[in-house]
Design a binder for this molecule. Structure first.
Ligand code: NAD
Length: 313
């Protein structure tokens, strides 16, 4: 019998950036569910502490540390605060990220700089500070998990976002090659379209198109990442490093020409798809309709999809 306790994270100490809501919160919940104590790191000083309280309610230790991942000084102080509370750092999930939509031929350089600063520089600064701690502690080892995106592999969003995510995938390989000598694994996870507050403005017709062009037939939920993050955080992945783990329901397997048929219903129905997104919108105090939609959260996303799908006002 294989020893499946190798997925157990009891006693491990973790931090998750962008942990207040969305994919970051899901990663924190998954790590806590597997036994880890988890620090929530975010710029959102209202929602972050609520998520830390949720982790404590799961019976794990937690704290909220405010931090803008684009600031090296704040990132260094953040890791110090986590280690002061937890004693060490075993797992760093570098997930904070943003997208600023718009046509690339008109892109403002300030927007390019901001996306690269959060998504690429921020992930590097966090990975560096985490590795410094993992190298210094005894035993020297650790797991670093970066959130990339399918947009690293397919041209999906816009130049700044896609380039930042492709940068994460390659940076992950480089850091994995460099830090293997310290028993530090560095991997990344690439989700597809995940129903988080980032997607609260995505119209229902778009969700239906995603379902039709995804072999597993439902829109991705934050909780669809639970298994991937626990695997990459645990001893189960001890010989896996520099890997980009695509979690996309098969969406990027082909350039689909026609809607995919189904033999049986997907495992997740439309109501279940939005459970965590509604939880997060509640935590943010953001109203939404029955489908969990609020066009005002990201009007630029709502407008872009309306234009692409020929939807009127
Ligand atoms: N939602 C998707 O469809 C999707 C798909 C693939 C990849 N991703 C990536 O997953 C990550 C999380 O996305 P999400 O959908 O949960 O986003 P979200 O907008 O719902 O949540 C992002 C969190 O990051 C925090 N944050 C933003 N800038 C920060 C900064 N400078 N420092 C610290 N915290 C900061 C926000 O306050 C927020 O709590 C991002 O890197 C995103 O690019 C998302």
């Amino acid at each position: 019998m294989p020893d499946l306790s190798l997925f157990d994270l009891t006693g491990k100490k973790a931090l998750v950036t962008g942990g207040a809501v969305g994919i970051g919160r899901a990663c924190a919940v998954a790590l806590a569910g597997a036994g880890a104590d988890v620090a929530i790191i975010d710029v959102d000083e209202e929602t972050g502490p609520k998520t830390a309280d949720e982790i404590k309610a799961m019976g794990r230790d937690s704290l909220f540390v405010p931090c803008d991942v684009t600031s090296k000084a704040q990132v260094q102080d953040m890791v110090k605060a986590v280690v002061a509370a937890f004693g060490r750092l075993d797992i760093g999930v570098n997930n904070a990220g943003i997208a600023i939509l718009g046509a690339d031929e008109e892109l403002d350089q300030a927007d390019w700089d901001k996306v690269i600063a959060v998504n690429l520089t921020g992930v590097f600064l966090c990975a560096q500070a985490e590795a410094q701690q993992m190298i210094r502690q005894q035993p020297t080892e650790g797991k670093i998990i970066n959130t990339a995106s399918m947009s690293a592999t397919i041209a999906n969003c816009n130049a700044s976002y896609d380039a930042s995510k492709a940068g994460i995938v390659h940076m992950t390989k480089t850091l994995a090659a460099e830090w293997g000598r310290f028993n530090i694994n560095v991997n990344c996870i690439s989700p597809s379209y995940v129903l988080t507050p980032m997607h609260a403005s995505t119209p229902t017709v778009v969700r239906q198109r995603i379902r039709e062009l995804t072999p597993l037939g439902h829109v991705e939920r934050p909780e669809d990442l639970y298994g991937a993050v626990v695997f990459l955080a645990s001893a189960a992945s001890n010989y896996v490093t520099g890997h980009d783990l695509m979690v996309d329901g098969g969406h990027t397997l082909n350039a689909w020409l026609v809607p995919l048929g189904r033999a049986v219903p997907p495992r997740v129905d439309p109501e279940q798809e939005v459970v965590q997104m509604k939880h997060d919108l509640d935590a943010l105090g953001t109203p939404y309709d029955a489908d969990g939609i609020n066009p005002d959260v990201h009007p630029e996303i709502a407008d872009a999809f309306k234009a692409a799908f020929g939807l009127g006002e």
